[in-house]
Write a protein that binds this ligand. Structure first.
Ligand code: C5P
Length: 240
């Protein structure tokens, strides 16, 4: 099963450049992975990504911009990001369809891997009903995960509760990048379907996205260290 290092990406969700740089410097060496999303990139652009990279040059980046546009535009966006930042992970919406996903995949450069976003975890059955889709929400998540796999992308971003069915459908070498992670003692905040880091890894997640349990802690570096230790201890214990 793909479980390369780093397997934890800390979400630097802020519009404050100095804060993102401080987090990168403190947390990056511990988790080895940092995630930058729409709030940060729309606030600080390519210079902001570069500033975070300079704050922790050893960290791998997941640039989470969830592209969804015509194939040519998405491919150009993917190529530009790969050339400028050589990220470890990028993502596109699977709903963009197989041609968009395939073209985006062909545009990858460097060591970047491409993930599909199936259905946003903020969507529930009631909200999904507005999409006039004949599948149930869960059926559609699985359908889009299988389509992402068939199209040759490296994996999907999924909730912890979708790990097992997607793993069964897409096999052992498919990356499952899982947000909504909360250590036992952490507040869930606005995440509804959460799981502990140890549980999610045991269930078959290959990578975890963890934001506020680290960045919202009084001492982010020790929070990150504790989480990494707990995961390692558990993996050791299970002999995995
Ligand atoms: O702070 P927290 O650990 O909840 O952060 C989770 C991160 O993962 C955020 O950056 C959020 O945007 C992202 N994410 C998510 N659910 C998804 C996809 C991404 O929470 N389905």
């Amino acid at each position: 099963m793909i479980r390369d290092n780093p397997f934890v990406f800390c979400a630097l969700d802020t519009d404050n450049l100095a804060e993102a740089q401080k987090w990168a410097k403190e947390i990056g060496p511990i988790t080895g992975g940092l995630k930058l999303g729409l709030e940060f990139v729309n606030s600080h652009g390519p210079q902001g990504i570069e500033a975070v990279q300079n704050a922790c040059p050893s960290a791998e980046l997941f640039i989470d911009l969830k592209f969804h546009d015509i194939p040519n535009t998405v491919a150009r966006a993917v190529r530009t990001i790969c050339r400028n930042f050589d990220p470890a992970y990028l993502n596109v919406h699977a709903a963009g369809g197989p041609a968009m996903m395939r073209t985006a995949k062909e545009a990858l450069e460097g060591h970047a891997r491409l993930l599909g976003v199936t259905i946003l975890t903020s969507m529930d059955e009631e909200e999904f009903a507005h999409m006039a889709c004949k599948n149930s929400l869960t059926e559609h998540v699985l359908h889009l995960a299988a389509l992402t796999h068939k199209t040759g992308l490296n994996g999907v971003v999924c909730s912890a509760h979708e790990i097992q069915p997607i793993r069964e459908l897409c096999g052992p070498n498919f990356v499952l990048m899982v947000p909504g992670i909360r250590p036992k003692d952490a507040s869930t905040a606005d995440q509804k379907r959460v799981m502990t880091p140890e549980q999610a890894m045991q269930n078959g997640a290959t990578h975890l996205v963890i934001g506020r349990p680290i960045t919202g802690a009084k001492d982010p570096a020790s929070a990150a260290e504790r989480i990494m230790e707990d995961i390692q201890k558990n993996r050791h214990h299970k002999g995995s």
